[in-house]
Ligand binder design. Structure first.
Ligand code: AMP
Ligand code: MG
Length: 533
């Protein structure tokens, strides 16, 4: 049913040890490991787009042999399960070997249009990289990964995908807030899918161990398989430089998308950064409700706020620097090649800055409905846009609602426009000062719009095409989770459906276009999440 072609296994060295025991794995990229069977697999949800992309149909995905395979209870013909070794910088510090501790690759599948996909089961049991953990995932975090992967795809944000969500029937013990209160929770497995799951950390680990031969081999393989369409120079140093620049560009575009839609990844460690510039590893991520650049949903990061919304571009660049430091290891220190590659890597980092800046300007112009971005100090668009975000923050306005309401605002009915924007605030009422600022801002905004000569409808449609109406608000995900815990998966499927068309008006589900309710402000799962659940 699935057409496997396991190129990574064929072309990169594997670990001769096939026991499933936690260890340091050197001189290899992967280890064979079978998923650990579970008690009672049950398919809770699947993505019909992914089913189709893999060349399956909706009968096949729900068939018992397939559900068993998606739970790790059976191995499909052609599938050769394995896990890979990677390292990473976590919260700014080198953490040594990490690896796929709870993700098991099923292999590579050639899907529709000859497109190659890697499939992984997340939560299918321990691997040699599990360290002291159990290799499992709880239902709540699996629902979050499943829904958000598909929601991001439909928003047009580069991301890994999710094929299926399966309940295991087993309990998993988790201390949700690391406060000495472990509880039994239902377990689940997501089958996630991407053209490649290769991370920055896959390169960092071999560099850290000074295994230059393996580092070179992995670079060549990755360029050949995952960047097959690129036409980089043949000369080695130029080639690596061009490839790094490509990664930098993709990373810049990914983060620009996050800033556009209000997504906070939450754990931007280098082991959670994809070389393809895909959003990967949905853990304690969150969506901006009231606009606050300092907000992070990750409780583990509550003090440092390293991974808060506003710092994501800076952190992405820092992570690229770590990747660059790993790649430079393919040259001899102080050689001419070293200097040449260092210059190219620096140029790649500059490219990150310029691509991010250019994309951000385009995004802001689009979000505010300008025909194009106008530079230039006080009177330029930057001043107007910054002032709006300042106001959003000071007056605690919901970012998603504000931009949809702004698209409807018209100078012919200033009062209604103001009222509509007012309602985006989480405060019962705006202070007189904020009301004044909003009115003054709106007048300047309308004056700016006149310069573009766009028709109202034209502007609204353009704005609504980049400002989503429906995002996976933290409290909505939590409601779906609470229901699923009682055995009712209807809201998972309902959200999946709505989030397929995030930019469209969907009057029948207007209730999902609503500010976070009060009860959700401090509730676990809604604004506070921990790592690795
Ligand atoms: P994360 O913070 O989720 O990106 O995970 C960091 C590292 O911890 C990765 O190597 C994961 O594979 C590993 N890890 C996280 N949760 C588990 C788990 N329940 N069992 C085994 N390994 C895990
Ligand atoms: Mg991770």
């Amino acid at each position: 049913m699935l057409n496997f072609d396991n190129r990574l296994l064929r072309e990169l060295p594997g670990d001769p040890d096939t026991t499933n025991v936690t260890r340091q794995v050197r001189g290899a990229v992967w280890s064979r490991v079978a998923p650990t069977p579970v008690a009672a697999p049950k398919l809770l949800a699947y993505s019909r787009e992914m089913v189709d992309a893999l060349g399956l149909d909706e009968t096949a995905i729900a068939s018992p042999p397939m559900v068993n395979a998606l739970a790790g209870n059976a191995v499909l013909l052609g599938s050769e399960p394995f896990a890979t070794v990677y390292g990473g910088h976590q919260f700014g510090n080198w953490a040594g070997q990490l690896g796929d501790g709870r993700a098991i690759y099923l292999g590579e599948v050639i899907g529709r249009d000859q497109k190659r996909w890697e499939l992984q089961l997340k939560g299918a049991g321990p691997t040699p990289y599990s360290r002291r953990a159990d290799g499992r995932a709880v239902l709540r975090s699996s629902i979050r990964e499943f829904l958000c992967s598909e929601a991001m795809h439909h928003l047009g944000v580069p991301t890994t995908r999710a094929l299926s969500l399966v309940a295991t029937g087993d309990a998993v013990v988790r201390d949700m807030f690391y406060d000495g209160n472990p509880e039994h929770e239902p377990g689940a497995i997501v089958c996630r899918v991407a053209p490649s799951f290769t991370r920055f950390g896959h390169f960092e680990i071999h560099a850290a161990r000074n295994d230059v031969a393996l580092l070179n081999q992995l670079i060549d393989f990755t360029i050949a398989r995952d960047f097959a369409e690129a036409s980089y120079p043949q000369a080695r140093i130029e080639r690596i430089g061009a490839w790094f620049t490509d990664i930098a560009e993709r990373t810049a575009l990914m983060v620009a998308h996050w800033m556009r839609v209000g997504f906070v990844h939450g754990v931007m460690n280098t082991d959670n950064m994809s070389v393809l510039g895909l959003t990967i590893d949905y853990g304690p991520y969150g969506w901006i409700d009231n606009f606050d650049p300092g907000w992070t949903p990750n409780t583990t990061d509550a003090h440092g706020r390293r991974y808060c919304f506003g710092r994501q571009p800076e952190i992405a660049r820092w992570n690229l620097e770590r990747l660059g430091s790993a790649l430079i290891m393919v040259t001899e220190e102080d050689s001419a090649e070293f200097q040449q590659l260092a210059d190219l890597l620096n140029a790649g980092l500059d490219r990150f800055d310029s691509v991010f800046d250019a994309q951000s300007r385009r995004d802001y112009a689009a979000k505010f409905g300008f025909a194009s971005w106008r530079d230039g100090g006080e009177g330029g668009d930057a001043a107007l846009v910054n002032e709006a975000y300042q106001l959003l923050r000071d007056a605690e306005m919901d970012m998603t609602i504000f931009f949809r309401r702004l698209a409807d605002a018209t100078p012919t009915d200033l009062q209604t426009s103001l009222q509509q924007l007012n309602d985006a605030s989480y405060r019962p009422e705006l202070t007189p000062e904020h009301q004044e600022r909003l009115a003054a801002w709106l007048n300047r905004y309308f004056a700016r719009l006149i310069e573009d000569d766009l028709m109202c409808d034209e502007r609204r449609a353009a704005m609504n095409a980049v400002n989503p109406k429906y995002v996976l608000r933290n409290y909505l995900a939590q409601q779906a989770i609470d229901l699923a815990t009682t055995g009712d998966v209807s809201m998972i499927n309902e959200l999946l459906e709505v989030l397929r068309r995030p930019y469209d008006e969907q009057p029948e589900t207007e209730r999902f276009f609503a500010k976070r309710p009060d009860w959700a402000r401090q509730k676990a799962g809604c604004s506070m999440l921990s790592c690795s659940s």
